[in-house]
Design a protein around this ligand. Structure first.
Ligand code: FES
Length: 257
């Protein structure tokens, strides 16, 4: 059920260049699942008016805390990055349909692929899969070392590989370059990142089941404004889907890439 709550900032720090890790406490956390997102109103004044959709990186139900990792790159997220411990932020959530965790076969191996600010939701997913005894191979791409994050955290969960476009951390190139080299054996893949990356993965693994999380531009976040509409393929009987309320996670092959 979608709720609106004034959540309390319990931690915030810059973990890479312009990349912030924000932990919020509130009741909403009890209903969160991996791959869902929250819509945060960054300021109580009218400007900026819109909420910012941000994916959930870590869910700690016992502590009632959720962690969001975001890039401060516009007025809204820059305001958010100034929030201090004890501040309150207006949060709408949890929103969307997250990763279908049950799709991963028991005792199987799953490939997680993320690019840039698409990496965070895969952290909670990896934790949940690991808790179910599913092995994870994790391949993450960043522009450069300065904007890379969570290498240590992911390494405790599975076989982790970093790729940077300029080669400052891990292999030089894109995640697809590394995948070509690694030739990982897996049963299913989950991915989140830029469209070219998702497109390449669909091409790479035509035989494997996979789920893609889309980072579409959003307005309302609850299916009312049509800002996030994407065209579908003939694999579905719908002409379009709304990323915010039908997704953000879709089986591969559903959205035209
Ligand atoms: Fe408004 Fe999806 S953001 S319908």
């Amino acid at each position: 059920m979608i709720q609106q709550e004034r959540m309390i900032v319990v931690r915030q720090s810059e973990i890479a260049q312009h990349i912030f890790e924000l932990t919020l406490q509130g009741q909403i956390v009890q209903d969160m699942a991996p791959g869902q997102f929250v819509h945060i109103r960054v300021s109580d004044s009218f400007e900026p008016l819109l909420r910012r959709p941000l994916s959930i990186a870590n869910i700690d139900k016992e502590a009632g805390e959720a962690t969001i990792i975001y890039r401060a790159e516009g007025r809204g997220t820059e305001i958010l990055s100034t929030k201090q411990i004890g501040d309150e932020v207006d949060v709408l959530g949890p929103l969307g349909n997250g990763f279908p965790v049950d799709a991963a076969p028991e005792g199987g191996t799953v490939l997680l692929v993320g690019g840039g600010i698409g990496v965070p939701p895969l952290y909670e997913l990896s934790k949940v899969l690991n808790a179910r005894g599913i092995r994870t191979i994790q391949v993450f791409g960043f522009a450069t070392e300065d904007v890379a994050f969570y290498e240590e955290q992911f390494s405790t969960l599975g076989d982790t590989h970093f790729v940077t476009v300029d080669g400052t951390n891990g292999t030089k190139g894109f995640v697809t370059d590394l995948l070509e080299e690694l030739k990982p054996e897996f049963d299913l893949f989950y991915a989140c990142g830029p469209l070219p990356m998702l497109r390449a993965l669909e091409r790479f693994y035509p035989e494997k089941p996979g789920y893609l999380s889309f980072e579409e531009r959003m307005g309302c976040g609850i299916g009312a404004c049509f800002a996030c509409v994407c065209k579908t393929t003939e694999a579905t009987d719908q002409d379009y889907v709304k990323v915010c309320s039908d997704g953000p996670v879709f089986p591969k092959g559903v959205i035209q890439l």
